[in-house]
Design a protein around this ligand. Structure first.
Ligand SMILES: Cc1cc2nc3c(=O)[nH]c(=O)nc-3n(C[C@H](O)[C@H](O)[C@H](O)COP(=O)(O)OP(=O)(O)OC[C@H]3O[C@@H](n4cnc5c(N)ncnc54)[C@H](O)[C@@H]3O)c2cc1C
Length: 456
């Protein structure tokens, strides 16, 4: 009898895991994916982080291809295998793309002299899909999984998982009461939108975890022409600098160009910012946005520290916008990006919320003005941008299963990923061992009579 695999989170990791399974003949009907968001046909643009392909479905679709970018992968499987897994993820995105030839690769080979001595530039290849195509990819990909028999449960938030009795609990909205589904193997891929739930499980089961650094900063936005010289070399340029004696490093992060929009991320009820870009020329606004992110080491309880900074950078439930000359931009849907514009006087409160670390961001911007001489005051920042890195639970390298519960696999941003290719690769890695030749699963398909969903 085939194993019953339950995937919590239809994000990048969960969807790649399911695809690996059905591509190799695993019966789709023995895979159930539960997500608190919508399927790709019903997912609305404002649902930035939930639904089919998760945050990846409304991202910029930059598929980074380097083991030093996007979180941990090679530490589990080594360099060669990590690259192979990332290849599989990129192939999946191209495979369901309506026009795969439009996926462009940017591959800078050398640091340009003009950024020196102020910044270094990370050199790595990246494929750019674009937000609008992601929606089409999502639909094609979903249709494929449905055609293979994969069961989807939409709009249901998992609120409890019993690792001992192997039950996943969710509020069963269409009926009275709660639902529970039994699993043999659990893939836990709840991403950033489920980070609080991941934390609850870690606490409840006293999972051994490794603390992470603070990753916080702002989303910077400016007209693209100021940065064009660098964009021509690297679409997703990562400028970086390090202050090793202070335990602080900074980098520009997730650059969006051409038709680039700032997006609000809601986590723990607070607003923070990210960005995405569309491919369709109709959306072109000739803007560039990117995060200026600090990685700060040596802070006790990095999660609480970041939460505190984020909560202090909110007014009336919105994040903040500061610019010496500009006003808040529009989203790709034509609404104003949700943010309260503040003056320099109120920036004092931001400086205080960042507990002395904001100076590094100010210096970064000042030095960008030297490297990109037309920039001047023609920019704005959305405050804050934050990456809540979940403490990483201890997992087996081979399949990312919890050491304490070997049939529970943590994947994607819920483990140690920070981007699409690594999240997808972790999803594939977690299920590889369940994949067997086609003829084996053909027999299983006929014989399987297990009742997969039990409502209690
Ligand atoms: C605006 C934006 C732009 C980005 N751009 C890029 C980019 O260009 N390149 C890149 O590499 N990365 C980018 N990222 C990051 C990338 O999207 C994530 O790293 C990646 O999606 C993580 O994959 P995941 O499967 O771990 O989680 P996700 O893709 O976030 O999926 C998690 C899923 O779990 C579901 N879920 C959460 N909690 C529960 C629960 N309790 N019950 C049921 N379902 C639940 C959610 O609804 C969601 O669908 C971007 C992120 C954002 C927000």
């Amino acid at each position: 009898m085939a194993k019953k695999i339950v995937i919590v989170g239809a994000g990048v990791a969960g969807v790649n895991a399911a695809t690996k399974l059905v591509d190799n003949g695993f019966p789709g009907k023995d895979i159930t994916i539960i997500d608190m968001g919508n399927d790709p046909y019903n997912r609305k643009p404002e649902e930035v982080m939930t639904g089919f392909l998760g945050a990846g479905g409304w991202s910029d679709g930059k598929l980074t291809y380097h083991t030093a970018i996007g979180g941990q992968l090679s530490k589990y499987v080594g360099e060669t295998k990590a690259m192979k897994l990332m290849d599989e993820v990129i192939t999946n995105f191209k495979r369901f793309h309506p026009k795969p030839e439009e996926v462009q690769c940017s591959n800078p080979e050398a640091e340009p002299d003009f950024i020196k001595p102020y910044f270094g530039l990370r050199l790595f290849p990246v494929w750019h899909v674009g937000t609008d195509y992601l929606h089409e990819i999502g639909k094609n990909w979903y249709d494929y999984l449905v055609s293979k028999g994969v069961q989807f449960v939409w709009n249901e938030k998992v609120f409890k998982i019993d690792f001992e009795s192997r039950l996943v609990y969710f509020t069963y909205k269409n009926q009275l009461g709660e639902g529970a589904i039994e699993y043999d193997e659990l893939i836990f891929g709840v991403g950033k939108s489920g980070i609080d739930f991941a934390q609850e499980l870690q606490d409840e089961y006293h999972l051994e975890t490794e603390p992470k650094s603070v990753q916080i900063g702002v989303r910077f936005e400016a007209p693209q022409h100021h940065f064009q010289k660098l964009i021509d070399i690297s679409y997703d340029f990562k400028l970086y600098r390090k202050f090793e004696d202070k335990g602080v490093s900074l980098r520009s992060f997730c650059t969006n160009n051409n038709a680039a929009y700032v997006a609000v991320e809601k986590t723990y009820g607070d607003n923070s910012y990210n960005g995405h870009a569309k491919k369709d020329e109709a959306y072109r606004n000739n803007m560039t946005n990117f995060g200026i992110l600090m990685e700060i080491n040596g802070i006790n309880n990095p999660f609480e520290w970041s939460r505190d900074v984020v909560s202090k950078c909110q007014i009336d439930g919105k994040g903040l916008y500061y610019s010496p000359s500009r006003t808040v931009s529009q989203t790709s849907e034509g609404a104003e990006v949700e943010a309260v514009q503040i003056t320099w006087t109120r920036m004092i409160e931001v400086l205080s919320a960042f507990k002395g670390y904001f100076q590094y961001i100010e210096d970064f911007i000042e030095d960008m003005k030297k490297v990109f001489p037309t920039l001047g005051d023609d920019w704005g920042i959305y405050i804050p941008e934050v990456k809540y890195l979940s403490p990483e639970p201890l997992v087996y390298d081979s399949d990312l299963a919890l050491v304490e519960y070997p049939n529970v696999h943590f994947v994607g941003d819920a483990l140690s990923a920070r981007g699409i290719t690594v999240s997808g690769a972790q999803g594939i890695l977690a299920v590889e061992k369940f994949v067997k030749p086609m003829d084996h699963w053909a027999d299983e398909w006929d014989n399987h009579s297990g009742d997969m969903v039990h409502f209690r």
